[in-house]
Design a binder for this molecule. Structure first.
Ligand SMILES: Cc1cc2nc3c(=O)[nH]c(=O)nc-3n(C[C@H](O)[C@H](O)[C@H](O)COP(=O)(O)OP(=O)(O)OC[C@H]3O[C@@H](n4cnc5c(N)ncnc54)[C@H](O)[C@@H]3O)c2cc1C
Length: 438
């Protein structure tokens, strides 16, 4: 193929009215019940806050909108990725949304891998309590000593000793690692295997002897509440029963890929929820603030920022929903390019929209009197977690180029002099006539 034309063209943009009604309820619930949490969370003790969250979560469960990320046969709601994506967009307007709706990373990804790759016993022990929101989990892959961008290289090892696995290693950025009841740990089990078969995944109880919880790494994203954060952990001779492995030895990379695909869609839609909020602030302020007797909205630069933001958010939204649709219709593997595209594109849109909103709001935008500064700090992480921008760009370019062949000869196929020669031959008879008539 010369041009990588899009083969999938039929795409239905409609969502059922019944589902639209659910989204409308979610929007109102987020605005009235969840957004207010943001501005008083620092004033709560942990227990009353957990109780308050519990009451909101109970309402979500009552509405049948809790932990909607799994198919029904695996204990979830069977929403499919497109509808899930639309829900994540609403939830993403606040950092508390995914927690209130039982859809927060890394619990969602961990419950997905448990559902897809766990044994019955593993599901009973970990999946059910995760889905019910009774326990927390972490995903422990990235290591300080190795490039997280190349997860085929992991110093953490797991070796069999009789009937037990023994894990040794050092991890960081294990989100919620300090408070996790379950740690899903990637470790090298066969250093001599081909790169993508070297690692395996293990289910480690957070209170296992040998799990040393060092600290939450202080990050740009900011506030840390009651131990939630990005943890640095050591695994010192952590001994696990043989059946604590997820899938087969060597399956770690494959499982990680299955875990991260839909998770990236959810991230992108949550970012759109955030972008939308920043956009709304920008538009309000543009209308409200006067400079030289005119509202900021009358300045072309500000109009450009509003127009560009609207266009970019629309593009990111359609790209993300399209990626979700490809997953729903053709599976995660078929959507690799679409997922990588939206991961880095969505992260940039998120950043740029918040950045423009801050600029329009001036000093107010830079201050904590608006949520923009916190959103901006959190948004920076989006270009790193679940794969740095550059890694996803590389994936996209590789997959795009796979559809092309090196043209024969020294020129691209569209080389005008070569085509002119061929066209002269093709139309020779007419050209003779044209020359004769002239
Ligand atoms: C907020 C946050 C939450 C996270 N949560 C988790 C978690 O729960 N569990 C977990 O295991 N990890 C988590 N991470 C870690 C995250 O997955 C890694 O930071 C990420 O994969 C990058 O790895 P690294 O930090 O080691 O950077 P490196 O791999 O050292 O890369 C550094 C930089 O090198 C460049 N680079 C890398 N590869 C290429 C390439 N192929 N081409 C060009 N340039 C390249 C990129 O600019 C990249 O930013 C989290 C990170 C953040 C910021």
């Amino acid at each position: 193929m010369r041009h990588g034309e899009e083969e999938r063209v039929s795409w239905d943009f409609q969502t059922e009215p019944e589902f639209e009604a659910k989204l409308a309820w979610m929007r109102q619930f987020m605005r009235e019940e969840v957004w207010p949490l943001e501005v008083v969370v620092g004033e709560f003790q942990r227990e009353p806050f957990i109780r308050l969250l519990g009451s909101l979560q109970a309402e979500v469960k009552r509405r049948g909108l809790w932990a909607t990320h799994l198919p029904p046969e695996l204990g979830g709601q069977g929403m499919g990725q497109v509808r899930l994506a639309l829900m994540h967009e609403v939830e993403g307007s606040s950092m508390w949304g995914p927690i209130v709706f039982g859809n927060n990373a890394p619990d969602t990804g961990n419950s997905e891998v448990l559902a897809h790759f766990g044994t019955t016993a593993q599901k009973l022990r970990w999946l059910q309590p995760l889905l019910e929101g009774r326990i927390r989990s972490g995903f422990s892959m990235t290591e300080p000593e190795n490039a997280g961008s190349d997860p085929t290289v992991l110093s953490t090892t797991a070796r069999l000793d009789g009937d037990e696995w023994v894990i040794n290693g050092h991890k960081w950025f294990t989100t919620n690692g300090l408070v996790a009841d379950l740690l899903v740990v990637m470790a090298t089990t066969d250093a001599g295997a081909e790169p993508h078969r070297r690692a395996s995944m293990f289910l480690v109880s957070g209170d296992s002897p040998g799990v040393r919880k060092v600290r939450n790494v202080p990050v740009l994203g900011g506030e840390e509440h009651w131990g939630f954060g990005h943890a640095e952990l050591y695994y010192d001779d952590v001994r696990l029963p043989r059946e604590s492995i997820l899938g087969a030895p060597g399956d770690g990379f494959r499982i990680a890929q299955a875990r991260l695909g839909p998770g990236r869609i959810h991230h992108c839609m949550r970012w759109l929820g955030q972008s939308r909020r920043a956009f709304d602030i920008m538009c309000e302020r543009a209308l409200q603030r006067e400079v030289g007797g005119e509202p900021l909205a009358s300045r072309q630069t500000v109009q450009n920022w509003i127009a560009d933001s609207a266009a970019e958010m629309q593009a990111a939204r359609l790209m993300t929903l399209h990626a979700a649709w490809v997953i729903d219709t053709s599976g995660v593997e078929a959507a690799r390019k679409e997922i990588s595209l939206i991961k880095y594109f969505g992260a940039r849109v998120l950043h740029d929209v918040i950045d423009r909103a801050i600029q329009v709001c001036g000093g107010l935008g830079y201050s904590s009197d608006l949520p923009l500064e916190q959103m901006y700090r959190a948004a920076r992480g989006a270009r790193l977690y679940d794969g740095a921008d550059e890694v996803h760009r590389q994936t996209v370019a590789r997959l795009v180029l796979r559809d092309y062949r090196t043209p024969e000869g020294p020129w691209p196929t569209d080389h005008v002099p070569s085509r002119r020669e061929a066209a002269r031959e093709k139309f020779a008879a007419y050209l003779v006539e044209a020359t004769a008539n002239s």
